[in-house]
Write a protein that binds this ligand. Structure first.
Ligand SMILES: NC(=O)c1ccc[n+]([C@@H]2O[C@H](COP(=O)([O-])OP(=O)(O)OC[C@H]3O[C@@H](n4cnc5c(N)ncnc54)[C@H](OP(=O)(O)O)[C@@H]3O)[C@@H](O)[C@H]2O)c1
Length: 296
Protein backbone atom coordinates (compact mmCIF):
# COMPACT_ATOMS: atom_id res chain seq x y z
CA UNK A 1 0.00 0.00 0.00
CA UNK A 2 1.27 3.51 -0.86
CA UNK A 3 1.36 6.43 1.57
CA UNK A 4 0.10 9.99 1.09
CA UNK A 5 0.45 13.10 3.23
CA UNK A 6 -2.35 15.66 2.81
CA UNK A 7 -1.37 19.01 4.33
CA UNK A 8 -4.57 21.01 4.69
CA UNK A 9 -6.37 17.74 3.98
CA UNK A 10 -8.93 18.10 6.79
CA UNK A 11 -10.93 20.86 5.04
CA UNK A 12 -13.71 20.88 2.46
CA UNK A 13 -11.64 19.86 -0.58
CA UNK A 14 -9.03 17.82 1.31
CA UNK A 15 -11.74 15.60 2.82
CA UNK A 16 -13.13 14.84 -0.66
CA UNK A 17 -9.64 13.98 -1.92
CA UNK A 18 -8.95 11.85 1.17
CA UNK A 19 -12.14 9.86 0.58
CA UNK A 20 -11.09 9.29 -3.04
CA UNK A 21 -7.56 8.18 -2.18
CA UNK A 22 -8.79 5.83 0.52
CA UNK A 23 -11.37 4.29 -1.80
CA UNK A 24 -9.39 3.65 -4.97
CA UNK A 25 -9.36 0.07 -6.25
CA UNK A 26 -7.82 -2.03 -3.45
CA UNK A 27 -4.50 -2.45 -5.26
CA UNK A 28 -4.02 1.34 -5.34
CA UNK A 29 -5.35 2.32 -1.90
CA UNK A 30 -3.38 4.90 0.04
CA UNK A 31 -2.50 5.02 3.69
CA UNK A 32 -3.22 8.68 4.55
CA UNK A 33 -1.64 11.05 7.05
CA UNK A 34 -3.72 14.17 7.72
CA UNK A 35 -2.06 16.79 9.92
CA UNK A 36 -4.34 19.29 11.64
CA UNK A 37 -4.10 22.09 14.19
CA UNK A 38 -7.16 20.73 16.04
CA UNK A 39 -7.93 17.03 15.97
CA UNK A 40 -11.66 17.52 16.66
CA UNK A 41 -11.97 19.45 13.37
CA UNK A 42 -11.13 16.24 11.51
CA UNK A 43 -13.42 13.80 13.33
CA UNK A 44 -15.29 13.10 10.09
CA UNK A 45 -12.09 11.63 8.61
CA UNK A 46 -11.24 9.26 11.44
CA UNK A 47 -13.78 6.78 10.04
CA UNK A 48 -11.69 6.30 6.88
CA UNK A 49 -9.98 2.97 7.53
CA UNK A 50 -6.57 3.99 6.16
CA UNK A 51 -6.49 7.58 7.46
CA UNK A 52 -4.50 8.81 10.43
CA UNK A 53 -5.28 12.33 11.73
CA UNK A 54 -2.35 13.84 13.64
CA UNK A 55 -2.01 17.16 15.45
CA UNK A 56 1.08 18.85 14.03
CA UNK A 57 2.53 22.28 13.37
CA UNK A 58 3.22 21.99 9.65
CA UNK A 59 4.98 25.38 9.62
CA UNK A 60 7.83 23.80 11.60
CA UNK A 61 10.38 22.47 9.10
CA UNK A 62 11.55 19.69 11.45
CA UNK A 63 7.94 18.52 11.84
CA UNK A 64 7.45 18.65 8.05
CA UNK A 65 10.61 16.60 7.46
CA UNK A 66 9.33 13.96 9.87
CA UNK A 67 5.87 13.89 8.25
CA UNK A 68 7.47 13.36 4.82
CA UNK A 69 9.26 10.17 5.84
CA UNK A 70 8.12 7.22 3.74
CA UNK A 71 5.48 9.14 1.75
CA UNK A 72 4.84 8.38 -1.94
CA UNK A 73 2.65 11.44 -2.47
CA UNK A 74 2.27 14.84 -0.83
CA UNK A 75 -0.69 17.16 -1.46
CA UNK A 76 -0.45 20.78 -0.32
CA UNK A 77 -3.92 22.25 0.31
CA UNK A 78 -3.65 24.89 3.02
CA UNK A 79 -5.63 27.99 2.07
CA UNK A 80 -7.24 30.94 3.84
CA UNK A 81 -9.49 33.81 2.71
CA UNK A 82 -8.21 36.27 5.29
CA UNK A 83 -5.25 36.48 7.64
CA UNK A 84 -1.54 36.01 7.05
CA UNK A 85 -1.46 35.15 3.33
CA UNK A 86 2.34 35.33 3.16
CA UNK A 87 2.69 32.62 5.83
CA UNK A 88 -0.12 30.30 4.64
CA UNK A 89 0.08 30.71 0.85
CA UNK A 90 3.75 31.50 0.16
CA UNK A 91 6.06 30.42 3.01
CA UNK A 92 4.26 27.16 3.81
CA UNK A 93 4.03 25.82 0.21
CA UNK A 94 7.72 26.74 -0.21
CA UNK A 95 8.62 24.79 2.94
CA UNK A 96 6.49 21.83 1.80
CA UNK A 97 8.09 21.76 -1.65
CA UNK A 98 11.62 21.98 -0.23
CA UNK A 99 10.90 19.23 2.30
CA UNK A 100 9.34 17.04 -0.40
CA UNK A 101 12.37 17.53 -2.67
CA UNK A 102 14.80 16.82 0.16
CA UNK A 103 12.91 13.65 1.12
CA UNK A 104 12.79 12.43 -2.50
CA UNK A 105 8.95 12.30 -2.55
CA UNK A 106 7.96 11.00 -6.04
CA UNK A 107 4.83 13.20 -6.48
CA UNK A 108 3.85 16.62 -5.17
CA UNK A 109 0.46 18.20 -5.90
CA UNK A 110 -0.26 21.80 -4.94
CA UNK A 111 -3.72 23.41 -4.84
CA UNK A 112 -3.64 27.07 -5.87
CA UNK A 113 -6.55 29.17 -7.17
CA UNK A 114 -7.87 30.30 -10.54
CA UNK A 115 -6.77 33.83 -11.52
CA UNK A 116 -3.71 33.68 -9.26
CA UNK A 117 -1.28 36.22 -10.74
CA UNK A 118 1.63 38.34 -9.58
CA UNK A 119 -0.24 41.47 -10.71
CA UNK A 120 -3.72 40.41 -9.46
CA UNK A 121 -5.69 43.06 -7.55
CA UNK A 122 -5.95 41.14 -4.24
CA UNK A 123 -3.42 39.92 -1.71
CA UNK A 124 -5.17 36.52 -1.82
CA UNK A 125 -4.54 36.04 -5.56
CA UNK A 126 -1.03 37.55 -5.50
CA UNK A 127 -0.05 35.29 -2.60
CA UNK A 128 -1.44 32.24 -4.41
CA UNK A 129 0.74 33.13 -7.43
CA UNK A 130 3.80 33.60 -5.21
CA UNK A 131 3.05 30.21 -3.63
CA UNK A 132 3.06 28.56 -7.05
CA UNK A 133 6.41 30.18 -7.81
CA UNK A 134 7.85 28.96 -4.50
CA UNK A 135 6.61 25.41 -5.15
CA UNK A 136 7.99 25.31 -8.71
CA UNK A 137 11.37 26.69 -7.62
CA UNK A 138 11.91 23.89 -5.10
CA UNK A 139 10.05 21.06 -6.87
CA UNK A 140 9.70 21.75 -10.63
CA UNK A 141 7.77 18.48 -11.26
CA UNK A 142 4.93 19.51 -8.93
CA UNK A 143 1.43 19.37 -10.44
CA UNK A 144 -0.55 22.53 -9.67
CA UNK A 145 -4.34 22.86 -9.79
CA UNK A 146 -6.15 26.20 -9.96
CA UNK A 147 -9.86 25.70 -9.18
CA UNK A 148 -12.53 28.34 -9.66
CA UNK A 149 -14.90 28.62 -6.71
CA UNK A 150 -15.80 25.11 -5.49
CA UNK A 151 -19.35 24.01 -4.68
CA UNK A 152 -20.71 20.90 -3.00
CA UNK A 153 -22.22 19.72 0.28
CA UNK A 154 -20.38 21.57 3.06
CA UNK A 155 -19.13 24.41 0.81
CA UNK A 156 -18.74 27.87 2.27
CA UNK A 157 -20.06 29.64 -0.83
CA UNK A 158 -23.58 28.64 -1.92
CA UNK A 159 -24.32 27.35 1.61
CA UNK A 160 -23.37 30.74 3.03
CA UNK A 161 -25.74 32.50 0.65
CA UNK A 162 -28.51 29.99 1.41
CA UNK A 163 -28.18 30.80 5.13
CA UNK A 164 -28.34 34.52 4.40
CA UNK A 165 -31.32 34.16 2.08
CA UNK A 166 -33.21 32.19 4.73
CA UNK A 167 -33.21 35.16 7.11
CA UNK A 168 -32.87 38.32 4.96
CA UNK A 169 -35.94 39.77 3.20
CA UNK A 170 -33.66 41.55 0.67
CA UNK A 171 -30.03 40.84 -0.26
CA UNK A 172 -27.68 43.84 -0.76
CA UNK A 173 -25.04 42.11 -2.89
CA UNK A 174 -21.44 43.25 -3.34
CA UNK A 175 -19.92 42.80 -6.80
CA UNK A 176 -23.11 41.43 -8.44
CA UNK A 177 -21.43 41.27 -11.85
CA UNK A 178 -18.40 39.25 -10.65
CA UNK A 179 -17.91 36.22 -12.90
CA UNK A 180 -17.36 32.64 -11.71
CA UNK A 181 -17.31 29.19 -13.28
CA UNK A 182 -18.05 27.03 -10.20
CA UNK A 183 -16.64 23.52 -10.14
CA UNK A 184 -17.99 20.58 -8.13
CA UNK A 185 -15.80 19.45 -5.23
CA UNK A 186 -16.03 15.81 -6.38
CA UNK A 187 -14.84 16.81 -9.87
CA UNK A 188 -11.85 18.60 -8.35
CA UNK A 189 -11.05 15.54 -6.22
CA UNK A 190 -11.40 13.29 -9.29
CA UNK A 191 -9.01 15.47 -11.31
CA UNK A 192 -6.45 15.56 -8.50
CA UNK A 193 -6.49 11.78 -8.08
CA UNK A 194 -6.58 11.21 -11.87
CA UNK A 195 -3.30 13.07 -12.33
CA UNK A 196 -1.57 10.20 -10.53
CA UNK A 197 -2.34 8.02 -13.56
CA UNK A 198 -1.07 10.72 -15.94
CA UNK A 199 2.73 11.03 -15.62
CA UNK A 200 2.67 13.84 -18.20
CA UNK A 201 0.87 15.99 -15.59
CA UNK A 202 4.15 16.42 -13.69
CA UNK A 203 5.35 20.01 -13.94
CA UNK A 204 1.96 21.12 -15.34
CA UNK A 205 -0.61 23.64 -14.09
CA UNK A 206 -4.31 22.96 -14.65
CA UNK A 207 -7.19 25.43 -14.25
CA UNK A 208 -10.36 23.66 -13.05
CA UNK A 209 -13.85 24.94 -13.89
CA UNK A 210 -17.42 23.78 -14.11
CA UNK A 211 -19.36 23.67 -17.38
CA UNK A 212 -21.01 27.11 -17.07
CA UNK A 213 -20.14 30.68 -16.26
CA UNK A 214 -22.39 32.73 -13.88
CA UNK A 215 -22.41 36.20 -12.43
CA UNK A 216 -22.54 36.40 -8.66
CA UNK A 217 -26.08 37.77 -8.95
CA UNK A 218 -27.11 34.68 -10.96
CA UNK A 219 -25.53 32.37 -8.40
CA UNK A 220 -27.32 34.03 -5.48
CA UNK A 221 -30.64 34.03 -7.38
CA UNK A 222 -30.18 30.32 -8.23
CA UNK A 223 -29.36 29.57 -4.58
CA UNK A 224 -32.56 31.39 -3.55
CA UNK A 225 -34.63 29.32 -5.96
CA UNK A 226 -33.04 26.02 -4.92
CA UNK A 227 -33.21 26.69 -1.18
CA UNK A 228 -36.84 27.82 -1.35
CA UNK A 229 -36.01 31.41 -0.33
CA UNK A 230 -35.99 33.53 -3.49
CA UNK A 231 -35.35 37.16 -2.46
CA UNK A 232 -34.95 40.49 -4.23
CA UNK A 233 -31.26 41.17 -4.86
CA UNK A 234 -29.95 44.73 -4.79
CA UNK A 235 -26.59 44.93 -6.54
CA UNK A 236 -24.19 47.31 -4.80
CA UNK A 237 -21.86 49.59 -6.77
CA UNK A 238 -18.14 49.18 -6.10
CA UNK A 239 -17.82 51.88 -3.43
CA UNK A 240 -20.70 50.39 -1.42
CA UNK A 241 -19.29 46.87 -1.96
CA UNK A 242 -16.06 48.01 -0.25
CA UNK A 243 -18.04 49.69 2.52
CA UNK A 244 -20.09 46.54 3.18
CA UNK A 245 -16.90 44.43 3.22
CA UNK A 246 -15.21 46.92 5.58
CA UNK A 247 -18.12 46.61 8.02
CA UNK A 248 -17.96 42.80 7.81
CA UNK A 249 -14.26 42.87 8.67
CA UNK A 250 -15.31 43.96 12.18
CA UNK A 251 -17.68 40.98 12.58
CA UNK A 252 -15.90 37.91 14.06
CA UNK A 253 -15.99 35.23 11.35
CA UNK A 254 -17.44 37.82 8.94
CA UNK A 255 -18.01 36.34 5.47
CA UNK A 256 -16.36 39.10 3.40
CA UNK A 257 -13.30 41.36 3.37
CA UNK A 258 -12.17 44.19 1.12
CA UNK A 259 -9.51 41.81 -0.22
CA UNK A 260 -12.31 39.42 -1.31
CA UNK A 261 -13.93 42.37 -3.16
CA UNK A 262 -10.59 43.03 -4.89
CA UNK A 263 -10.38 39.33 -5.92
CA UNK A 264 -13.80 39.66 -7.55
CA UNK A 265 -12.55 42.47 -9.82
CA UNK A 266 -11.00 39.84 -12.11
CA UNK A 267 -13.06 37.10 -13.81
CA UNK A 268 -12.80 33.73 -12.07
CA UNK A 269 -13.42 31.76 -15.26
CA UNK A 270 -11.43 29.34 -17.41
CA UNK A 271 -10.26 29.99 -20.98
CA UNK A 272 -13.11 29.20 -23.42
CA UNK A 273 -13.79 25.49 -23.79
CA UNK A 274 -11.52 24.51 -20.88
CA UNK A 275 -13.07 22.86 -17.80
CA UNK A 276 -11.30 19.73 -16.52
CA UNK A 277 -8.17 17.90 -17.74
CA UNK A 278 -7.65 14.18 -18.50
CA UNK A 279 -10.86 13.94 -20.55
CA UNK A 280 -13.05 14.37 -17.45
CA UNK A 281 -16.55 15.85 -17.85
CA UNK A 282 -17.55 18.67 -15.50
CA UNK A 283 -20.78 18.26 -13.52
CA UNK A 284 -23.37 21.06 -13.80
CA UNK A 285 -24.18 22.96 -10.61
CA UNK A 286 -27.88 22.35 -11.27
CA UNK A 287 -27.32 18.58 -11.02
CA UNK A 288 -25.81 18.76 -7.54
CA UNK A 289 -26.81 21.90 -5.64
CA UNK A 290 -30.53 21.04 -5.22
CA UNK A 291 -29.43 17.98 -3.21
CA UNK A 292 -27.82 20.02 -0.45
CA UNK A 293 -29.44 23.45 -0.74
CA UNK A 294 -33.07 22.33 -0.72
CA UNK A 295 -32.76 21.33 2.96
CA UNK A 296 -31.58 24.82 4.02
N1 LIG B 1 -13.16 26.23 -1.59
C1 LIG B 1 -13.01 26.93 -2.71
O1 LIG B 1 -13.97 27.46 -3.30
C2 LIG B 1 -11.63 27.08 -3.32
C3 LIG B 1 -11.49 27.72 -4.57
C4 LIG B 1 -10.22 27.85 -5.13
C5 LIG B 1 -9.10 27.37 -4.45
N2 LIG B 1 -9.26 26.77 -3.24
C6 LIG B 1 -8.06 26.28 -2.53
O2 LIG B 1 -8.21 24.91 -2.22
C7 LIG B 1 -7.52 24.62 -1.00
C8 LIG B 1 -8.48 23.92 -0.05
O3 LIG B 1 -9.58 24.78 0.21
P1 LIG B 1 -10.79 24.35 1.17
O4 LIG B 1 -12.02 25.03 0.68
O5 LIG B 1 -10.78 22.87 1.35
O6 LIG B 1 -10.34 25.05 2.54
P2 LIG B 1 -10.84 24.76 4.02
O7 LIG B 1 -12.03 23.88 4.05
O8 LIG B 1 -10.92 26.07 4.72
O9 LIG B 1 -9.62 23.91 4.64
C9 LIG B 1 -8.40 24.57 4.87
C10 LIG B 1 -7.37 23.56 5.34
O10 LIG B 1 -6.16 24.28 5.60
C11 LIG B 1 -5.75 24.10 6.95
N3 LIG B 1 -5.29 25.39 7.44
C12 LIG B 1 -5.93 26.59 7.36
N4 LIG B 1 -5.15 27.56 7.86
C13 LIG B 1 -4.01 26.96 8.26
C14 LIG B 1 -2.81 27.45 8.85
N5 LIG B 1 -2.65 28.74 9.14
N6 LIG B 1 -1.84 26.56 9.12
C15 LIG B 1 -1.98 25.25 8.85
N7 LIG B 1 -3.08 24.72 8.29
C16 LIG B 1 -4.08 25.58 8.00
C17 LIG B 1 -6.96 23.57 7.71
O11 LIG B 1 -6.48 22.67 8.70
P3 LIG B 1 -7.01 22.56 10.24
O12 LIG B 1 -7.54 21.14 10.35
O13 LIG B 1 -5.75 22.74 11.02
O14 LIG B 1 -8.03 23.62 10.47
C18 LIG B 1 -7.72 22.83 6.62
O15 LIG B 1 -7.23 21.51 6.52
C19 LIG B 1 -7.00 25.96 -0.48
O16 LIG B 1 -5.67 26.11 -0.85
C20 LIG B 1 -7.86 26.98 -1.20
O17 LIG B 1 -7.21 28.23 -1.36
C21 LIG B 1 -10.49 26.61 -2.65
Amino acid sequence: MKSALLIGGTGFLGSAIARRLACRPASADFRLTLPTRRRERAKHLTTLPTASVVEANVHDEAVLAELMTGQDLVISLVGILKGDFQRAHVELPGKIARAAAAAGIPRLIHISALAAAADAPSKYLRSKAAGETAVKAAYPAATIFQPSVIFGRGDSFLTLFAGLLAVAPVVPLACPGARFQPVWVEDVATAVVACLDHPESQGQTYPLCGPREYTLRELVATTGQLSGHPRPIIGLPLALSYLQALMMEFVPGGPMTRDNVRSMQVPNVCPAGCTLPFGLAATPLEAVAPGYLSAK
